[in-house]
Ligand binder design. Structure first.
Ligand code: PSU
Ligand code: MN
Length: 314
């Protein structure tokens, strides 16, 4: 498909899309507000290489000087990783950032929206936003969930961190009609750990089956995205029993500082890295690498299916 003028794709991304070749979107909040410098820029570069090595074109997405960009240069990645003027951009923030010609690092929600506009159907990240613990009184529910209900993109992640209420996040996704597939497991993963105590809402085994589910979803006229939760590799896992006290402490510190709104998730992510002396960061990078491989494999299979048959949801 042709990329509309509302988003600006690099030549190689535009050519891949026009030819129906596999493309994988990558988000930028994880770079600017999810990991410290310089591990963040190293991770962003490496993940692009992994996607290429597995036969797909990477397209990291962000708003730079007011331009929604699909595919970034090494200089763009460095800026996102290190420039303090980059703001966290969810969907509702995009109009203002564009109008003011600012820099925005896109969340899962905003990246889905821009990816979908460009015609990209597979998106790789680490963790989704969701229903925060205490949401019954704080009302803090990530716009990632509402975006998943309206935007036809398959989001590959490692589940959700237990900084969130995992059970309520799964309930909300059910209400919104979003298929949640766990790749190769009957249990929903919790980011650092392969398990969470919650059953997989649906199971899928491997990229071919996932690509067929995407195709089926959109052939049925579903307007939503899909969540593919791929558990962290065994070798990189941190046991939930080890993470639980760390997360409890990070949440208590969040409360004590009175931090909320869009700053809550970045604060918690940074605090967890501090409290684990960087061990959580190593696990986080490992799972994003793994997801990049899985996402590329899904994109390759989905491109082959689309070439053979059905109309694109856009
Ligand atoms: N969870 C993580 N790592 C992240 C994020 C969430 O484990 O980097 C980022 C993603 O960009 C996600 C955003 O879309 O935080 C959610 O923020 P909020 O809860 O404010 O919607
Ligand atoms: Mn929130």
């Amino acid at each position: 498909m042709t990329v509309p003028s509302t988003v600006v794709a690099t030549d190689e991304v535009a050519e891949a899309l026009a030819a129906g070749r596999p493309v994988v979107a990558l988000e930028s909040t994880i770079i600017s507000h999810g990991m410290p410098y310089p591990q963040n820029v190293a991770m962003a570069t490496e993940v692009e290489d992994i996607v290429r090595d597995h036969g797909a074109m990477p397209a990291t997405i962000a708003v730079l000087a007011g331009v929604p960009k699909v595919g970034l240069s090494p200089e763009d990645l460095e800026l996102l990783a290190s420039d303090p003027s980059v703001v966290k951009a969810s969907v509702r923030d995009l109009p203002s950032i564009i109008a003011r010609k600012g820099h925005g690092a896109t969340t899962v929600a905003a990246t889905m929206r821009l990816a979908s506009l460009a015609g990209i159907r597979v998106f790789v990240t680490g963790g989704l936003g969701g229903v925060h613990r205490g949401a019954a009184t704080s009302f803090d529910v990530s716009a990632d969930l509402t975006e998943l209900s309206t935007t036809p993109v398959c989001v590959v992640c490692a589940g959700v961190k237990s900084i969130l209420d995992i059970g309520l996040t799964l309930e909300k996704l059910e209400t919104l009609g979003v298929p949640v597939l766990v790749d190769g497991s009957d249990e929903f993963p919790s980011f650092y750990s392969r398990g969470s105590g919650f059953a997989a809402p649906l199971r899928a085994d491997g990229p071919e089956e996932i690509a067929r589910a995407m195709d089926a979803a959109w052939s049925l006229g579903l307007t939503s995205g899909l969540v593919v939760a791929h558990p962290i590799p065994v070798a990189d896992e941190i046991a939930a029993s080890e993470m639980d006290p760390v997360i409890a402490r990070a949440l208590a510190d969040l409360d004590a500082r009175g931090i909320g709104g869009r700053d809550a998730t970045p604060y918690l992510l940074g605090r967890i890295v501090e409290l684990t002396d960087g061990r959580s960061l190593t696990a986080n990078i490992a799972l994003v690498r793994e997801n990049a491989r899985v996402g590329a494999e899904i994109a390759v299979r989905y491109a082959a299916l689309s070439a053979a048959s059905s109309p694109d949801p856009a």
